[in-house]
Write a protein that binds this ligand. Structure first.
Ligand code: SAM
Length: 286
């Protein structure tokens, strides 16, 4: 996979030389390129922003500078989706395996970035991240490339405002790269994680020593009994999800819950019926 990040602060992306992502780059599993947007500016001061039309505070990133940058980078592999086929999945759709280039535009007004999006992005051939600063990028930029058939995905990390899109670029690269084959040493470790296929938060994890500051590790984890450990972990995952993320519990498909799951959920104030996982009347805040 190739990922291009365009930013006015290339140094901000330095952490992507470290740890698993750094190793993936060295091993040739990920081709990550960071570009300085100002290298596409044409004036002496390398200006990339201007005041907002219509008035108001702050500055807006100029579409002409972004257009030059994105035309150059999208043109580098000869694919910019101008044949229109890339847009067939609809606005903001993320391509599946071997899909086209995705233009990712971080913005607090975008769709929430989550593990499903990371999984689908991991199947794309190339991602281009356009990091905004100031009041963001002139809206015509996303509209222009979308109209040209490029897959444009405007994503938000959450309901808060950051100073720039670089943190979002770090988040996306890390979340996507660890899903690429060969990046995480033991792919088994991806299976039971929070927000994985089970739709649950992960169970609590422990390591040695078995007693630390008077706190003992649950005895079952020392038993060597794989079935009991698996059941214990599943129960704790259900409990934790019920307590911290009831929205995830409600989204669980009822037909994937066995009798033991249902008993745990009943004890926690939830019922599993044809309507899915729903709170018992009066037991959990609706
Ligand atoms: N004026 C914009 C608004 O109110 O929606 C906020 C602009 S913000 C100060 C500057 C840049 O930071 C954005 O263009 C985007 O790249 C990035 N950014 C800020 N918050 C973000 C979030 N929650 N998720 C993703 N990117 C964000």
């Amino acid at each position: 996979m190739r990922i291009d990040v365009v930013t006015i602060f290339p140094e901000y992306l330095a952490p992507l030389e470290l740890s698993l992502v750094g190793k993936a780059r060295t091993a040739g599993l990920l081709d990550l390129r960071v570009h300085d947007l100002r290298s596409w500016a044409t004036d002496r001061h390398r200006t990339v922003d201007d005041s907002p039309l219509g008035g108001g505070a702050g500055m807006v990133m100029r579409p002409d500078v972004w257009g030059e940058a994105l035309d150059t980078l999208l043109g580098e592999d000869g694919e910019d989706g101008e044949d229109g086929e890339d847009g067939e999945d609809g606005e903001g759709a993320v391509p599946g395996p071997a899909g086209p280039t995705v233009l990712l535009v971080p913005t607090p007004s975008g769709d929430r970035f989550d593990q499903r999006t990371a999984e689908r992005l991991a199947g794309s051939r190339r991602i281009l991240v356009a990091c905004g600063r100031y009041e963001g990028i002139d809206s015509r930029v996303a509209d222009h490339y979308r109209a040209r058939g490029v897959q444009v995905l405007e994503i938000s990390l959450g309901d808060y405002v950051l100073n720039g899109g670089e943190v979002a670029a770090l988040v996306v690269v890390e979340a996507v790269a660890r899903l690429l084959p060969g990046v995480v040493g033991n792919p088994e470790s991806l299976v039971e994680e929070s927000h994985g296929a089970a739709g649950l938060l992960e169970y609590p994890v422990y390591t040695r020593p078995p007693v630390w500051r008077d706190q003992e590790v649950p005895e079952v984890l020392l038993s060597g009994h794989h079935a009991r450990i698996a059941r214990w972990r599943r129960d704790r995952a259900l409990e934790r999800t019920a307590r911290r993320r009831p929205d995830l519990l409600r989204a669980l498909p009822a037909d994937e819950l066995d009798r033991a799951d249902r008993a745990v959920l009943e004890a926690l104030g939830w019922t599993v019926d044809d309507g899915g996982v729903v709170p018992q009347p009066g037991a959990v805040a609706d």
